[in-house]
Structure formats: C-alpha cells, structure tokens
Design a protein around this ligand. Sequence first.
Ligand code: NDP
Length: 632
Amino acid sequence: MPTPHSPTSGDPTADVGLDAGLGLDADLDAVRARYRAERDRRIRPEGNSQYRRTEGEFGYYADDPYAATEFDRAPLADRIDVAVVGGGFGGLLAGARLRQAGVESIRVIEKGGDFGGTWYWNRYPGIHCDIESYIYLPLLEEIGYVPKWKYAPGEEIRQHARAIGRHFDLYRDACFQTRVTELRWDDEALEWIVGTDRGDRIRARHVVIAGGTLSQAKLPGIPGIETFKGHTFHTSRWDYAYTGGDADGNLDRLADKRVAVVGTGATAIQCVPHLGADAGHLYVFQRTPSSVDVRGNRPTDRRWAESLTPGWQRRRRDNFLTLVTGGEVEEDLVADGWTSSTKLQRKLIPAAGPTDLPPGERERLEEVVDLRKMNEIRARVDAEVADPATAETLKPWYRYMCKRPTFSDHYLQTFNRPNVTLVDTADSHGVERITENAVVVGGTEYEVDCVIFATGFAVGVSGILSGQLPVYGRDGVALSEAWQRGPRTLHGFYSHGFPNLFQLGPLQNASAVNYVHILDEQAVHVAEVVAEARRREAPYIEPSAEAEAAWVVTIRQKAADLYAFQAECTPGYYNNEGRPRERSEAYGEGPVAFHALLRRWREEGGMSEVVGAGAVGAAAGEAEAVEAEGTE
Ligand code: NDP
C-alpha cells in the first residue's frame, strides 16, 4: 500500500501509485493532497488582474509585424448583404457557408493583413496544430485538399485559410487592416451601420461577429517589465528580423544571445525546442509544467488519401468529437493522444448510465483513469530528461484536463542540452521582477539579451461584454446593457432587440477541443437561417423574447457542474485563474447533443421563432424550458 503523502518528502511518485499498474489500488487521498499543495503554491489573489493587456504603453507588443504599415485607403460608405467581423476560421466559415447558401455580397472585415486569424498572427518557430489536420482544417473536401502531415505546420494552415478565401471569392470585398469599432442598427432602413477605425460607415443587412476566443495577446504584470532594455516580443508576433530563421527554425541570429522564455503552455512547448537548438543560452521560466504527451507526427499516406470517399471529413470529425466528449464509437479513426485517455476511461468505466454504479463510484473510477494518464506523463519525463532534479520540476501535478494537454517529441529532450536552463518560478507565483537587463527569480538575476513572452491570450473576453465592440440594437439599446444581468441569446447566436445580428463562439452554445469543427456547425446553422429568411422574404431575423428566455433557462438547467473539479486545479485560464465560475455558459449536454438539437430545431419548425416579426414559442424539443421560464 502507498504510504501517507507529504508533498515535500522523498520521491512523491512512490506515494501515489506510479507503479500500481492500472492504478485501481492507488491512494487517491494522497494524490489529491499533492495536487492541492501544488495548486496552493500557485494561486494568486489577483486572479486575472495579474495580467496586462497589450495596449497603451504595451501596445507595441500587438503591432502587426507582417502587414505594410503605410497601408491607406478611402473610407467606405456602401451597402452589402453581410458584414463578417473577423477573418479567422470562424469568419471564413461564415463567409463560405453563406456563399453556398447563395449570398452575393459578403464583406469580411479583419484587423490583420490577410485571412487566417490565429494562424495569421502566430508564426513562431515550430508552430503546428496539435489537433489532427484531417479534422482540424475545415472545408477540405470543398477545396479538394488533403493536408501533408497528420499534424499540420502553421504555414500550411494559413495557406489553407487563404485558399478558402479564394475558393469562396471572399477576397473580392474583404477589408483587411481594419478594426470594427461600432455596430449600430438603423430601425428605419432595417440594416446595420458598421463603423471602423478607417472611418468606414458600411451598411449591412446582416452582421456576423466572429472575433475569435484567443485573439488578444496578454502579458504578465511582472514588476519592472517596462524597464527592460534588451529585445522583447510576444510569441504571437514573432520577430524573425531579430531571431533569424523561420517557422522551421534555424534561428541563426540567436547564436550569441541569451534568451528568456516566460511561460510553458502549448505555445512554448512548440517553440522551446528551436530556441534551445539555436540560442547561445536559453532560460525557460516555468510556473506550472504542462503535461507533454507523445506527438508521433507523420506524413500523410498517399494511398490512404486516395482511398477517401465523399463525406469522409464529416465522418472523421464526428467520430473524434463523439469520442472526446465521452460517447461511443465503433472505431477510433483519429487514434491519438486526445482519444487515448477517453478510450481508457471506456475500458475501466461501464458505458451505461451513472445509475448502474454505486454513488461516487463513477467519479472514483474517473479519478483512477486520470491518475493513470498523469502517471504515464510523469514517467515520460523521467524517461526523457537526464537530470533528476530538472525532471522533477518538469512533472505536472494536477488532473489531466486542469490545463490544456500538450504533445511534443522534442520539448522535454531540450532540457538535456547544456545551453538550456529551466527556472522554476512556482514559489514566487511567477517571475518576480524584470530589470534593465535581467529576469529575477528567487533573488537570482538571470542576465539576458531578449525576453520572449509565451504567456498566452486573454480568454473568453467578449468584445461585447468588455465594451471593446459597442453594439446598439433597436431603439439604440446597447447589447452590453441588455446583457447586464448575464448574456441572453437563443442558441448563443442571436438576441432579442438585435435583429440580423449573429455571434459565433462558445457562449450559450457548444465548445470542444477541435474548435474549428464547432465553428463550422455554427456557420452552417447561421447560413441556413439566413437562407430561410430570404426564402420567406422576412424583413429581419430576430428571436422572439419567449424563445430567448427559454434558451437562457435551458442553459441554466443543463449547465455542467465543473466547479468542484476546477476548484481543485492549479490556476490557469481553464479555471479562471483559480476562481472557477459558479456556472457554465455552454450547453451542458455537450456538443454532440447540441448539434442534434440544432438540426431538430431546423427540421421541426424552429425557424418560425426567428424568421418573421412577432414569432413566439419555444424551440422544438425544449418545451420543458418554456414551462420553467416563469421561474427565471
Ligand atoms: P497559455 O495561457 O497556455 O500559457 C501561458 C504560460 O505563461 C503558462 O505556462 C503560464 O503559467 C505562464 N505565465 C503566465 N504568467 C506568468 C508569470 N508571471 N511568470 C511565469 N510564467 C507565467 O498560453 P499559450 O500561448 O501557450 O497557449 C494558449 C492556448 O492557445 C492554448 O491553451 C491552446 O488553446 C492554444 N494553442 C493551440 C495550439 C495548437 O496546436 N492547437 C498550439 C499553441 C497554442 P501558468 O500555467 O502557471 O499560469
């Protein structure tokens, strides 16, 4: 039997059943105590306010290194069918699906100099998508493309985004290097007036907001950060002029440089191997280690690609989504690190409903499965990292989905290089201080020439709620005002009082790790609603107040209770920096059920709730929510 655990004593892995086979006899109390101790070391009372936005004095961190700075054009004051805010995969999918639905004039308005969103901004060395390319890259069958690798490099994905733009003729009316600053509904003309930072006043019948979820780079609020006199940038604006090389590495200008990387999330896992290979010396400042699983990238098998039959991408995407959200499939088509833990879960936990197990047993088995996965991840660190102290520091001590899992066959090995130093910052809650020429941790000054922030993005900051994108609907009512007591939508897409306005995103909708799949389902839905409105010659699309209220109740009633799980996690953006939200704003039954619900709604007369003025009633299949509405 494992001995009682003390987080500071001896070899902690021995205490929690690292060698316990399936782990069914593991001392879960000891594991929980260890995880809790690691969480407590890192919790910061300021939560999210520990971070700085890349604006004002830090605005240069967000400058576009790829687009021409001298770009200028005359303001636009024309009239279009649909304005799409954002040219990442969300905006591109909305444009593509609307085009397929017969919409002629579509204008995508995008801050960057081209399509791509995340893949436009992030071009750091080593960039790849860690979701399988065949399910992540959208519209593969429509474009007639099969990615070259199981996990695609960023540049291939960016080129695919551009190919979508060309294929669906979205370049024709697009506005790049343009930020939408205001949306205002014109009650008389029944259209939106879209204001931008280039002085445009574009009139659009419909507006789709596809601003993305990880689009605002953030910096840690480290004291003295502004005093650093060396070179510095954020990973989402990689400065190849300084480092040399490209996304494949070969950062030859770093050969004589001392480089600091702050952060060890999914981005750092990909760029650190290149920095380690090319920098004179690399210091990696880690607060919480990531779980780093096997990658196993491989080129696409040409014979397999040739054997694909129509509908293959939809089948593969659905198969992955079902599996990673706990459903049953006959065959695991993707078969990778994302699906392996759910398969193990299936092996240990009967597929039948919770009532078939004694109370608490399902949760216990889930914990055992989790422990087994994390033990594998920790054992891999020992196998790959030569120095035992460094290996210990690289081991993640939390449950698997507390932080975003990562995958690499090169990251851990980088710490075996003599020119690479791992600096643990957990006890000081992150980097303590930055001076003119050094990064300070535990009183030690690490002198460096360059600091690279791999510190991620402001997550879930809705432009509407934060006031960055003011939206005024019928009678000049601000959307932020209408949502003062919480978001109110039907299916996450539209709100009463804001006709012809659609939002893509996880709010009161679905979410999943292959997020582009979710965006595609959303784009298809929006396009079908717009097409139906055109068929019916409806003056506008707007959910009835009743249907909206019913959906808000449904979201509340079905909200997944993640609080207890997240409260035990080390802080990060998954748990709102250690302050988990009391209730989730996503559809609690998961994306597979949500997509089925949308399909039913479309087939069974739901359109009448949004197409045509004065429509009333609840969504098909959600009658119980209407009954509960009075209690809201
Ligand atoms: P993350 O938010 O995941 O990571 C930020 C890192 O910075 C964390 O390690 C964090 O530590 C660290 N950090 C923050 N403040 C400090 C501080 N004061 N001192 C020291 N360290 C600090 O950002 P990423 O850019 O890595 O990833 C963001 C997301 O982008 C991913 O989660 C993923 O969703 C997506 N992504 C997807 C990829 C893909 O292949 N599909 C690839 C890359 C990113 P701590 O954990 O302790 O807070």
